[in-house]
Design a protein around this ligand. Structure first.
Ligand code: ATP
Ligand code: MG
Ligand code: MG
Ligand code: MG
Length: 465
């Protein structure tokens, strides 16, 4: 079953069960300054859960594009290393705004997976929040999941929070066992982070609104928010063990092979490039432009990482922007706005590629020299800073290279160099600095407010030229 058909089947199923099919929200959340990028289907409904926004429906379903490359949910460092994480992915969801609760939510999910799609029940494992006896009882006694395939887990896994504040609640998750050929253990076991038992669907029982002081205030009405990863479900239905082997990703990986000349379809860099073209293109289509601050800087980091992986495969010229048309072939039908924006997206990528291409080779040579003369396993902060400051290497890009070679970077030293430079700049400048650069490897940006985020800096100027 092709990815596009799975998306349609999901929405149809929930529409038949009384849910309004609601268009997805932008990757740049319109209603929420606490959020870097849309990271879950529920984001656009945040105020509905909180009770301050009313809709003329109490059940909804969506296919929501999400980006997790910073903020509370950040999977940038996982891309290329796990079979199941992307920076950009689609989350299929069904929502109840004070309508149904745990029993129906669990019933819908189980029925969709086992009846609609015909997944074998014995391959599915479930988790509930540690003291959620009600959910455990529904799974075991109403659905009939054997008790030894249910685990009770704590806050880290089974209490879902959108961010540090906002709607949250205990959750129950469904996992799929990819079989004993794949390393990994069941949820809750020490090696559950490997790719054998893959989390496919999270059912969140929304009950609280976390306040800034950490206090959890009960929501006006208990609600349901679910999210299932489309690419993970596609892997199961296409009988492959990695998201990168599904139809859509194989097409993008082949396009990356064509552009880079790499002939090893399993190459990790191809996966990174295929992942990053999706997040880059969709972010640009939703109005973000590479810059040195906030959202634009996260985008820049993603693009530069992709370019570095192309360089690693031997690509000297521009290549990344050429994948836009392949992406449109794969996803333009489901996302007409991407197809409409294709020329703009490509232009932005060309500008960014041209800028970075000028310094990338020199920066890489300096980094490689530095690594060769290294005594320990840590790349000094001053070198990380020099690469950043002179060659445009975001620190996480240097860290990505370091990780490939079993090395680390001196994050503290880097930050100290950054701080020293800021002081110098302040002292030397008659003008106030109007930008603040993101230092954090985790992709946390300093929240200076995102009202004026889109299109600052030199790329915006070049675009207007
Ligand atoms: P994981 O534990 O695998 O990192 P998660 O618990 O962080 O996933 P949720 O926040 O519960 O994920 O999101 C709901 C669903 O979205 C997940 O069950 C999964 O199917 C999908 N999903 C989450 N993160 C990603 C990602 N980075 N790439 C692809 N799919 C994802
Ligand atoms: Mg995660
Ligand atoms: Mg999880
Ligand atoms: Mg989860």
């Amino acid at each position: 079953m092709r990815t596009s058909e799975i998306r349609r089947r999901f929405l149809d199923y929930f529409a038949e069960n009384g849910h309004r099919v609601v268009p997805a929200g932008s990757l740049v959340p319109g209603n929420d300054p606490t959020l870097l990028f849309t990271n879950a289907g529920m984001n656009q409904f945040k105020d509905v859960f909180l009770g301050s926004d009313k809709r003329d429906y109490s059940r909804a379903t969506t296919a929501q594009r999400c980006v997790r490359a910073g903020g509370k949910h950040n999977d940038l460092e996982n891309v290329g290393y796990t079979a199941r994480h992307h920076t950009f992915f689609e989350m299929l969801g069904n929502f109840s705004f004070g309508d149904y609760f745990k029993e129906e939510a669990i019933g819908f999910a189980w029925n969709f997976l086992t009846k609609e799609l015909g997944l074998p029940a014995e391959k599915l494992w479930v988790t509930v929040y540690k003291d959620d006896d009600e959910a455990a009882d529904i799974w075991v006694n109403k659905i009939g999941v054997p008790a030894d395939r249910l685990s009770r887990l704590g806050d880290k896994d089974n209490f879902w929070m959108m961010g540090d504040t906002g709607p949250c609640g205990p959750c129950s998750e469904i996992f799929y066992d990819h079989g004993e050929d794949v390393p990994g253990g069941p949820p809750g076991s020490p090696d559950d982070d490997l790719d054998r038992y893959i989390e496919i669907w999270n059912l969140v029982f929304m009950q609280f609104d976390t306040q800034e002081d950490g206090i959890r205030k009960p929501l006006p009405k208990p609600s349901v928010d679910t999210g299932m990863g489309l690419e993970r479900l596609a892997a199961i239905l296409q009988d492959v063990h990695s998201n990168y082997e599904i139809d859509l990703f194989q097409a993008l990986i082949k396009a990356a092979m064509r552009e880079t000349g790499c002939t090893d379809i399993e190459n990790r860099s191809l996966r990174v490039i295929a992942d990053h073209i999706r997040s880059s293109a969709f972010l640009i289509a939703d109005g973000v432009i590479p810059s040195n601050e906030g959202r634009g800087y996260v985008l820049r980091r993603i693009i530069r990482r992709a370019i570095r992986h192309g360089y690693k495969l031997g690509c000297e010229g521009l290549f990344f922007n050429k994948l836009v048309s392949d992406l449109v072939n794969e996803m333009g039908e489901a996302y007409p706005e991407l197809a409409e924006q294709a020329a703009h997206v490509q232009k932005v990528l060309i500008i960014e590629e041209e800028q970075f291409a000028r310094t990338l080779a020199n920066g890489m040579a300096i980094l490689e020299d530095g690594i060769e003369s290294l005594e320990g396993k840590v790349i000094p902060g001053e070198l990380v800073f020099k690469l950043y400051d002179t060659y445009g290497f975001p620190a996480d890009l240097t860290a990505d290279v370091a990780r490939e070679k079993g090395l680390e970077i001196d994050q503290q030293g880097f930050e100290a160099s950054m701080a020293a430079q800021r002081e110098r700049a302040k002292a030397n400048s008659k003008f106030t600095l109007d930008r603040d650069i993101d230092l954090n490897l985790e992709g946390e940006t300093e929240f200076l407010g995102y009202e004026s985020l889109i299109g600052s800096g030199e790329v915006a100027k070049l675009l207007k030229a």
